[in-house]
Structures are given as structure tokens and as C-alpha cells.
Design a protein around this ligand. Sequence first.
Ligand code: BT5
Length: 346
Amino acid sequence: MNETRRALLDALAGGPTAGPELAERLGVSRAAVWKQVEALREEGFGVESGDDGYRVTGVPEYGAAALAFGLDAPYEVEFHERLGSTNDRGRELAAAGASDVAVVADEQTGSRGRLRREWTAPAGGLWVSLVLRPEIPPAHAPLYTLAAAVAVTRAAREAGVDASIKWPNDVLVSETSENTSESSDGVPVSEGTSVNADLADSDSDSARGGRKLAGVLTEMEGEADRVSWVVVGIGANVNVDIEDLPPGATSVREEVGDADLRAFCQRVLEAFAELTADPDSILPAWREHAATLGRYVRVETPGGVVEGEAVDVRTPGALVVRTDEGERIVHAGDCEHLRPARSEDR
Ligand code: BT5
């Protein structure tokens, strides 16, 4: 989207604006404003011109302009009806030097989870990858994964879904029964290009116990002291039938009925931008939205199994487990929720 279009959308999002004022704010002629307004109408916006200027009366359901309209986050939106993988496109953009771009697709035909697992992404879900160039050391990149999980969980809760995070980054809707188990991979730090892939190829995933609503795949390229780029891929089942998803998955549609996908996407982008603008806020927010803390967990790590009560999470996303032999810090692993910790055990 060109800068004039974005500036026009930003101006109109603030309320009715007169043509001459728009021309001045956009630094273009009034005729050019009119042309841009016509282009918005062609994209499905309702724009009326009245005494107080141009006023938006309707926004298309989804698309680049719809997502940019009223978005309170510093990302340019690149939208595709259908794409292989938004992460692949994000990596391409990153390699070409782009930053602060949100690649969104309505449907993905070759999307990936961790360890190159298949990710199912039919139309109606939120499939987005953020291309970023933060000034952080590679070891801190997992914080971005945690921030993404928090952002999706917030948006899901706002949509009425009782979502929470299982360490490190699966967003689940838990079963009412407590004695169930789930598993997932952990967050290895900065090896290769995949920040949160690796370890045991357990495909049992989070299906048991909690139904998986969303997942995050963060990839990066970096040098010893600084990342070059990070691509944070977020997949959330929003307006999707569970029959079109793998077993063990759930969707916003399944839990509470359809949500406004455009608003859902905007909320995720806004929450993510807010969290990463203040990195110190990420871990406290993660703790607040996590289902893992206060539970007995079993984590399969590269160094063996760690079992005990998950008591905290530490920078850049390590899990602190209280075991019979004392506290263990787990950076990566396959985590199962065993049961809630009883208060007398603490
Ligand atoms: C993840 O992997 O949870 C990360 C998923 C990231 C997907 C996004 S979509 C936008 C961006 N573009 C991409 O190409 N990817 C990212 P993992 O923890 O490895 O979980 C993968 C497993 O989840 C699969 O093996 C399935 O069992 C299950 N699965 C696949 N599709 C699912 C879905 N839509 N909902 C819930 N579970 C799913």
C-alpha cells in the first residue's frame, strides 16, 4: 500500500475530514484525494462526502486496506487471498531488507508449524507473519514468541474464548477436566534459523487435554550479538470449522461463534506492538495468561526428563521447575501438564 493511501486511511479513521484538509495532510492535490477516495470505494469501503467532509460509512471485511484502517500498530499490511506460507513470504521480505511488515493471508496452502510440521490454514483463520528487525541479541528472540502467544490469547479472550498459554507458546482452550495431559516443544535459543523449533518430534502436540486454538512459529537470522531479522508467524483458528482442522484443534467459531476477523487481527497486531515496545512487560503478561504455572509438569529436555511444579518463567522464556532435587531451569523441551499443584505442595 502506498504512503498516501495509508495516510488517507489514518486520517479518515480519526473521523470525517474535509477534502482540503486531507489534501494538505497528505501533501497532494484535491483531485488526487478524490482519486484515492474512489480507489477506496472500489476496494469496498463506504465513503460519503457531506458537510463535514469525507466520512467512512463501511469497511470491507478483510484485506490490506481494511486491516490498515484504524490500526494502532506500526506495521504495513501486505495481504494475500491465498499464499503458500506467510512465514516464507516474510522471510523473503526480510532478506530483501523489509521491516515492520505484517504479511496476512486469508488462506495458506503450504504453511508450517515447528519442525516443518504441517499447519492447516483454511480461509477464515488468522494467518499472519510479522517481519521485524529489532535491536536485540539472538538469545532474546524467544521473547517475541512469548509476546505473540500473549497477543493471541488476549484477542481470543476479548472474543469470549477462555484461552490460555501452555509453555512456551501454544494457545489452548482447556478441557474442564483437570487430569489430562498435553505436550509441545520448547523454545531453543537461536540455533539455525528456527527460534522455537527443534527437539523431540513429538506430534502428539497439545491435542490432549487442551484443544489447540493457535500456534506461533518464530524464525530469525542473526549474528553473534544482534538479530538481522525476525519473522514471527502466528496462526489462530478464528472463523474455521473444526472439521477442517486436525484432531485436537479448536476454533473461535467452535467455542463461541464467529468473530470479526479484521478486528481480531488488528487486536493481535496492536497487542504485539505494545508488548514488544516494552520488552520488560512481556514476561509479566505471559505469566498472567499462562496455564502452565502452578501445575505439575513433565518436560522432556535434551538433557533428560524434568518433572515437578512449574513455578515461573524467566528471560528469555525459560521455565523454572521445582523438582525433588531443587529448582531446574528449562530452556527448551516437550512440556506436558500433569495436574494442578495442590496448595499444600507449594
Ligand atoms: C505451531 O507449530 O504451533 C506453529 C504454527 C504456526 C503457524 C503460522 S500460520 C502463519 C505462519 N505461516 C506459517 O507457515 N506458519 C505460521 P507446532 O507446535 O509444531 O504445531 C504443529 C502441529 O499442530 C501439527 O503437527 C498438527 O498436529 C497441529 N496443527 C496443524 N494445524 C493446526 C491448526 N490449524 N490448529 C491447531 N493445530 C494444528
